[in-house]
Design a protein around this ligand. Structure first.
Ligand SMILES: NC(=O)c1ccc[n+]([C@@H]2O[C@H](COP(=O)([O-])OP(=O)(O)OC[C@H]3O[C@@H](n4cnc5c(N)ncnc54)[C@H](OP(=O)(O)O)[C@@H]3O)[C@@H](O)[C@H]2O)c1
Length: 301
């Protein structure tokens, strides 16, 4: 049977933090978790957009919504968010690393890393590492990292992960989304080795109508790219459908650490969540460890 939001068990008493919660898949994830009585913290870079999202959800009758300022393109902001969240709550059940940026012209984070690698991967790794201690004693604590079908064409550019030479917008996105799934699996392996009860899982949405593609076109695209997206539009599913794999990873009692979920139709482009394959590099422990060490060097720099 197709898994839907109706299958989410009660989240009463559970505390979730969702990054990029004001838009697209993040907003749908908050809506579904709050509808099942979770307390949800919307971690967003824009206070105004976060307020607007919360207002929309409150108008629907949802409750238990809090806001946290978080700019993943600035590690100082990430550290501030960790401290602020820890002071406010002191525990966490569910972390959903959802926020993302796709295919901008070459830009860098405040700390000088290529923006997509920095926001999609490094910012989330720093956030996760800072929040894990708050999850340790919680039953069924989970970290869910949102990747993409772009993982399958992604490559880690070991000699130039910041794309200082020959920047390609979508190849850099692919690198960051491969890094997301490699991180999720490596984190789970490390948690298991430490006998932690926290689980780390990954999910990808297929293709969903959100602000991701319009923002990519507006910031760095051209009319051919816009046309390509228009031609592909019939394949795109709603943001609510796109959010199902991450909701499944976050809440299904059958989901295991290290699992990766995506849609079940059209080669993973749309449909309901099922377990699905990860890019081969994510199975390779040596590659994952190499990425982990490189990322730690960048986070410590
Ligand atoms: N939609 C798809 O077809 C698709 C396919 C594969 C994977 N994904 C993945 O799904 C996730 C959610 O994307 P979406 O489709 O829902 O796109 P979206 O509607 O554009 O939402 C992206 C969210 O990320 C936030 N964000 C961007 N940069 C940030 C930063 N520096 N710090 C904090 N938050 C930041 C955005 O905030 P602002 O509103 O302030 O910009 C927004 O809340 C992403 O990881 C994306 O890679 C989406």
């Amino acid at each position: 049977m197709a898994w839907t939001v109706d299958d989410i068990p009660s989240q009463e008493g559970r505390l979730a933090l969702v990054t990029g919660a004001n838009s697209g898949l993040g907003l749908e994830t908050v809506r579904a978790l709050a509808a099942k009585q979770a307390t949800v913290v919307l971690a967003c870079r824009s206070r105004q957009k976060a307020e607007a999202a919360r207002t929309q959800l409150l108008e629907q009758g949802l409750t238990g919504l809090d806001l946290l300022e978080l700019d993943l393109a600035d590690l100082t902001s990430v550290q501030r968010a960790i401290t602020s969240f820890a002071d406010r709550y002191g525990h966490l059940d569910l972390l959903i690393n959802n926020a993302g940026v796709m295919a901008p012209p070459r830009r860098t984070t405040v700390q000088g890393r290529e923006l997509q690698f920095g926001v999609n991967h490094l910012g989330h790794m720093a956030l996760t590492q800072g929040l894990l201690a708050l999850m340790e004693s919680r039953p069924d604590a989970r970290v869910v990292t949102v990747t993409s079908g772009a993982q399958y064409f992604g490559k880690i550019r070991w000699d130039d992960p910041d794309w200082e030479q020959g920047y390609e917008r979508y190849s850099a996105y692919g690198q960051s989304k491969l890094a997301n799934v490699m991180f999720a699996l490596e984190l789970d392996a490390r948690l298991q080795e430490q006998n932690s009860s926290i689980r780390s899982l990954a999910a990808h949405p297929g293709v969903a109508r959100t602000e991701l593609q319009p923002t990519a076109i507006a910031s760095g695209g051209n009319r051919f790219e816009a046309l390509a997206y228009r031609l592909m539009d019939p394949l795109f599913q709603s943001a609510a459908m796109g959010a199902l794999p991450q909701l499944h990873a976050a809440t299904a009692p059958t989901a295991q650490g290290g699992d990766h979920f995506g849609p079940n139709q059209l080669g993973g482009l749309r449909g309901h969540p099922v377990r699905c394959r990860v890019a081969p590099a994510a199975h390779n422990r040596e590659e994952r460890q190499r990425l982990w060490e490189l990322s730690e060097q960048f986070l410590d720099a």
